[in-house]
Write a protein that binds this ligand. Structure first.
Ligand SMILES: [Zn+2]
Length: 337
């Protein structure tokens, strides 16, 4: 620290640095951070030292991001660099203004919608969709660069397609009915294993929990969790190919079916035989699974059926037809409450 003129006592002093908790307003929220503050040793007044103030503000922003589960500037840069894109090209492919990514990487806080788009763009399959939609905004050289970076991602998408075809006899696609994701069998399996680890997981109940997990994921991140498609059946939304998948999981020994009886009532209950492999989920997806698990754990199948029947996603879809994820925004359930 250099000798600085104190604005209060007008003496040239060597500031003393103190640590203390300070409250900073960030986007209308009060964030408390451990701040390094310069103090005048002569009169005891605070002195403004730009570099220290910057560090404190950076900490306050970081804490705000952590609270709201927003990507850090470092993560944003990593996503961009994965595709070999400049800040400008990355902004354009996302459909934003030219300097938006530059601002975020420099520390400005992105809003929730932009954050969701950034997370989506981290998946090469989604980036391929963005390239198709916004590719004309790039120069030919930038486009070639991105296509080259995506060829690895395309192989992954092709592999997912092949797996889907092997399982279900068609190629599958990423559209509004799959929540803009190719069906991810491994991830869907872990969702089933996760929920089947909860007590008394009846088939109907399990189907509703899967529906809420996928649709809540879409509601907050504009992409589903598993890419599963849901059909509007009599007892609420049911994942497509559901029986086939449950059978495959049972055959593999990941879950087992038990008969449950209580007086005159009886039914099949799923039980997982191992813990779910949570490494296939993002932190945000895990939060959704935990939320869905705890929120609905004590509800009966009947209550869940009624709840799902009241969702527009269900009531606005013709019987036995596929449900569009575009209804996710209207879900009666939200992560906050
Ligand atoms: Zn002073």
């Amino acid at each position: 620290m250099e000798t600085t003129l104190c604005a209060a006592c007008r003496k040239a002093v060597l500031p003393v640095v103190e640590s203390r908790t300070e409250a900073y307003p960030v986007r209308g929220e009060t964030i408390e951070v451990e701040a390094q503050v310069a103090v005048c040793p002569e009169c005891g007044e605070d002195m403004s030292v730009e570099e220290l103030d910057r560090v404190t503000l950076h900490r306050a922003f970081a804490e705000y991001r952590r609270r709201h589960d927003l990507c850090s500037p470092e993560t944003i840069r990593e996503i961009r660099e994965k595709y070999g894109l400049s800040q400008r090209a990355f902004s354009l492919i996302l459909g934003w203004g030219e300097i938006t990514v530059h601002r975020y990487e420099a520390g400005s806080i992105q809003d929730a919608a932009h954050d969701a788009q950034l997370r989506m763009a981290a998946d090469p399959r989604n980036m391929a969709l963005l390239l198709a939609a916004n590719g004309s905004r790039l120069t030919p050289r930038q486009r070639a660069q991105l296509e080259n970076a995506l060829s690895g991602g395309r192989e992954e998408a092709t592999a997912a397609h092949d797996e889907y075809e092997r399982l279900f006899g068609d190629r599958g696609s990423a559209d509004e009915y799959s929540g803009y994701r190719f069906f991810d069998f491994a991830k869907f399996s872990e969702m089933v294993v996760y929920f089947a680890g909860l007590p008394r997981m009846f088939r109907t109940k399990l189907n509703k929990l899967l529906f809420y997990a996928d649709f809540l994921s879409f509601k907050y991140s504009t992409v589903s969790m598993s890419g599963a498609r849901y059909l509007a059946f009599e007892r609420g939304p049911v994942p497509q190919h559901y029986d086939w998948i449950a059978e495959a999981l049972e055959e593999r020994g990941d879950i087992r079916t038990l008969e449950w009886t209580d007086g005159h009532k009886s039914g099949d209950v799923f039980q997982s035989t191992r813990a779910a492999d949570t490494s296939v989920f993002t932190e945000f997806e895990l939060r959704i699974l935990e939320f869905v698990g705890s929120r609905f754990a004590r509800m009966t199948s009947k209550e869940l059926v009624d709840l799902s029947h009241a969702e527009k996603a269900y009531s606005e879809t013709a019987p036995k037809r596929m449900i569009s994820y575009h209804w996710a925004g209207e879900l009666s359930v939200s992560l906050e409450g």
